[in-house]
Design a protein around this ligand. Structure first.
Ligand code: GDP
Length: 530
């Protein structure tokens, strides 16, 4: 058993960000295939369908054919242990997606070669940028008619303000797509359409682009074009700079075709070589280093009813330091209670196995009855508070009411629990008996209505409200805060943790109050741990 530093050095914890349909699921399958975690391509979807068939609580998921649940997949490749955190890829995404990105050390951005940067790509990228998450880009579907590679590189650079550098270069596209030249290891990798999908050639090692082998393998014309294009690309793009990549200001770009397994090996090797292992995590008191001997971690996601037979919740904890062992006791900082880690779950792609050991960067699942909340820290005793796990001001706010008005109290309890899970923001105005629910994407309202009906036997309906936006209100001076809350009591509410929230009627209203109350901060995000 190697020591803790070796274990940390081999960890790569990452997520894939993509606009729906760019090929995230396909790429995930192929990564798992290369990682030996699955034997058959298609297993991710098949397993997802099987799981869905079991979970009648999530009718929306089935009806719409989308995966609302996220998961964690662990596999080994090239001496590294990869933890791939799945982010839901449907049109409307929830805070889950954002928070998942707080638990990774790097990301892979998948683009459809014919479409380039799309709405969702941009949104997810912005979340990565908040923490300067390093990004490797994979331009997919090169077997189809795609946009010109120069155009694509230019778009990434211009629209995301990111330096780009090609890691591989495509040879042709669409029906004329022959393969890629791997610029990092000087290898020509050709796509063999006839080969079995599960066997991939390692490529031909070349001595460089001048190698006459290229003329033989590609033909004179394609070899010439390749040389010219790469020369031009090198002239236009800066050289790969590992430091710039790790700071999140440069992205190496791979080209490929996930469905044909093409470019996937290069991407994985790239991640093994370039992507950062777990680093220090900020906390309110000090940065926590992964190699510290004491175990610590934070909860970034809660999922209910993963196993429909139980009503338990699963808390997903990212380990930040130490050598975690099954059976150990960790202190739950918020409650001060010791929690016995007798059945932690490690998320393997094929099955859910029991975690025996885990290190920084690993994700473990902690089944619980609702005592673990998003942002909670666990440690071997130290009072840690990890920072940077945000709540976002919801973009859509609706009033929620039970179909049976007598059940209002019941509704309060359901909403409180859903808010603790991070499924939505919940606001209770100081005046009146209404409840408001805020979400990031409209689909979440359907999911919530479904869950409240199924889990609490409480049919509810959502009604559009005239509220424009919610802002957390902060002030160092309690008296000022109280004065504000009293004066504006018609438009303030409490969130599920009792923090003060302004429910603004419109942008003008928000501006006005911002001007009238210069000592207050009206924040669009709330750090869970402050
Ligand atoms: P997701 O929504 O991002 O998870 O995308 P999927 O992986 O489900 O892929 C969307 C569609 O694109 C599916 O029909 C895939 O078969 C197809 N697709 C994925 N990768 C490729 C590729 O490399 N080439 C081509 N031609 N189609 C692809």
């Amino acid at each position: 058993m190697s020591n803790i530093t070796d274990q940390i050095a081999r960890r790569r914890t990452f997520a894939i960000i993509a606009h729906p349909d760019a090929g995230k699921t396909t790429l995930t399958e192929k990564l798992l295939l290369f990682g030996g975690a699955i034997n058959l391509a298609g297993a991710v979807k098949a397993k997802g369908d099987a799981r869905r068939a079991h979970s009648d609580w999530m009718k929306v998921e089935r009806e719409r054919g989308i995966s609302v649940a996220t998961s964690v997949m662990t596999f080994d490749y090239a001496g590294c242990t990869f933890n791939l955190l799945d982010t839901p890829g449907h049109q409307d995404f929830s805070e889950d997606t954002y928070r998942t990105l707080t638990a990774v050390d790097s990301a892979v951005m998948v683009l459809d070669g014919a479409r380039g940067i799309q709405d969702q790509t941009r949104k997810l990228f912005e979340v990565c940028r908040l923490r300067d998450v390093p990004i490797v880009t994979f331009i997919n579907k090169m077997d189809r008619e795609s946009r010109d590679p120069f155009d694509l590189l230019d778009e990434i650079e211009q629209s995301l303000a990111l330096d780009v550098t090609p890691a591989s270069w495509p040879i042709g596209m669409g029906r004329r797509f022959k393969g890629c030249y791997d610029l990092f290891s000087d290898r020509l990798v050709l796509m063999d359409k006839a080969a079995s999908k599960n066997v991939m050639s390692e490529g031909e090692v070349c001595s460089g682009l001048d190698d006459p082998k290229l003329d033989e393998l590609l033909g004179k014309d394609d070899a010439k074009t390749l040389r010219e294009e790469v020369e031009m690309a090198k002239g236009l793009c800066p050289d790969f700079d590992p430091a710039a990549y790790r700071e999140g200001s440069m992205t190496p770009v791979f080209f490929g075709s996930a469905i044909n397994n093409f470019g996937v090996r290069e991407l994985l090797s790239g991640l093994a070589k370039l992507a950062p292992p777990p680093g220090p995590r900020p906390s309110a008191t000090r940065p926590v280093k992964p190699e510290e001997s004491k175990v610590s971690g934070f909860v970034f996601k809660i999922q209910a009813n993963m196993d429909p037979k139980h009503r338990d919740r699963m808390a997903f904890m990212r380990i930040c330091s130490g050598h975690f062992k099954k059976g150990m006791k960790l202190k739950h900082i918020r409650s001060g209670k010791q929690i016995n880690m007798h059945n932690p779950i490690l998320f393997l792609a094929q099955d859910r196995g029991t975690a025996e050991d885990a290190y920084a960067g690993d994700i473990i699942g902690l089944p619980n009855h609702g005592n673990l909340h998003i942002g909670d820290a666990l440690s071997e005793g130290e009072e840690l508070a990890f920072t940077g796990i945000p709540s976002f001001a919801p973009e859509l706010i609706n009033r929620v009411a039970p179909d049976d008005p007598m059940k209002a109290k019941h509704l309060g309890r359901a909403l409180q629990q859903l808010a603790e899970e991070g499924a939505a923001s919940v606001f209770k105005p100081r005046l009146g008996a209404n409840w408001y629910v805020g979400v990031v994407g409209a689909l979440q309202f359907d999911v919530l209505a479904d869950r409240i009906a199924a889990e609490y036997e409480l049919p509810v309906h959502f009604e559009p409200s005239s509220l424009f936006t919610a802002r957390w209100v902060f002030c160092d001076d309690e008296a000022t805060l109280k004065r504000f809350a009293d004066k504006e009591r018609a438009v303030v509410a409490d969130d599920h943790e009792g923090d003060l929230v302004l429910l603004a009627r419109n942008a003008w209203h928000l501006d006005d109050l911002t001007r009238d109350w210069p000592d207050l901060t009206f924040a669009a995000t709330k750090d869970q741990t402050t």
